[in-house]
Design a protein around this ligand. Sequence first.
Ligand code: NAP
Length: 480
Amino acid sequence: MDISQLSVFENRCLINGKWVSSAETLAVSNPLDQSHITDVPLLSEDEIEQAIVDTDIAQKQWKNVAPNERSRILRNWFDLLMQHQDDLATIMTVEQGKPLKEAIGEIAYAASYIEWFSEEAKRSYGDIIPSAASSEILVFKEAIGVCAAITPWNFPAAMITRKVAPALAAGCCIIVKPASETPLTALAIAKLAVQAGIPSGVFNVVTGSSTKIGQIFTAHPLIKKLSFTGSTEIGAKLMAQSAPTVKKLSLELGGNAPVLVFNSAQLDQAVQGVMDTKFRNAGQTCVCANRIYVQSAIYEEFVEKLKVKVEALKLGNGLDVETDIGPLINRKAVKKVEEHIADALDKGASLVVGKAENLEGNWCVPTLVKDVTQDMLCAKEETFGPFAPIFKFETEAEVLAMSNDTEFGLASYVFTQDLNQFIRVARGLEYGMVGINTGLISNAAAPFGGVKSSGIGREGSKYGMDEYLEMKYVCLGNIN
Ligand code: NAP
């Protein structure tokens, strides 16, 4: 598939309304067979600095554009994404590997944030607060200023629109550095942003050395906010780098999601829920089930039912409509999954279905292992691949303790038909998000984010724009 023929294809950076190439480049390859797709610019430090200065100039105009005009432009952008949904998804599948049906779904999901914030643009209400003194307390909500974003490869479109749409709606300009594995989806989306009428300098996409760009973004005084989605390790590093300039931060970091399946669960619903949360994007999502805890009375039946579903998954080229699981993003990702499987089997877990032995390329066969325990690597680390480890538990207190025994706190899932238990467990889980009787929780209307080492801040929902706004307290004195 030659994606360079698609009208939305672009391999240059978007800076201040201009498409910029550079002598030095980064290669982009297809994770399916490692074939070369194209090259994108490896921008110099001076070019990144200049992009920030240009964005700051655009910022002075954009913050004064009327909210309903910002809303109209965002709506145009949403419409264009949906009109080009198939082409954008094809680019995503070729550079990222996920099945086309999932890529099509991600474009709709990414677009839904633009639609949501096109509506929220008109609703950044301030406040008037009653005061005991002879004064009036007013609260203005104002755009924070120039923002920067650094995004991962696993959701090459949605992780960008979740940041850019609220920033633009709030009156902020933004510079995005997409993951080096998946810059083409970002650049295609940027091409549509230009067509939608987003003015020059308001939304910029730069590519290059992540370390250098990260250093410039975090140190630069003109950048008032950094929003990062990626690993906890890099998020913590960027947080430390941002300290000297006291930047506002949003961090969407790693997860280690538990799934709690209680005896009262509807078994087929729980099995489907685990399939949805575990194997989407070949297990490479931050909200993926990482540990599956099943209560003892239903344990064997649950494992048998899940086995049937896992065996039916088809591995292959994401562009093939039959494919359920594409290649992983790179060899390093495959090695990590293999390490987790080997560690579990070495420490006494048993293989139910899948292959523990090495495969060539970026392939990883969906694998189900039972009798997993808390001392195994997969209980502690995010696997980020198609490996489903099943643990057995006896009591609610025991499974809550095991579920919370992690530095992470992003997503969690519970399957139960007991209403009181659902409330108790939802309260007891130390996570930013809890799915009850579902494996699919992402929604533009909901506040997405984590606690503990899974991050700071929320994306989406009525709270999402606050991440890009500052409150200004205005005291009107002596009014009597
Ligand atoms: P990553 O290695 O942290 O990379 C994420 C982004 O950070 C990429 O753009 C990368 O650029 C950049 N980066 C890497 N090193 C950097 C540095 N020293 N300074 C500045 N930027 C740097 O994470 P990943 O492996 O791509 O993504 C997987 C992780 O993201 C998982 O832990 C997953 O759970 C998490 N995630 C979280 C959420 C959420 O909402 N909480 C959503 C999706 C993913 P290059 O590509 O150029 O190296």
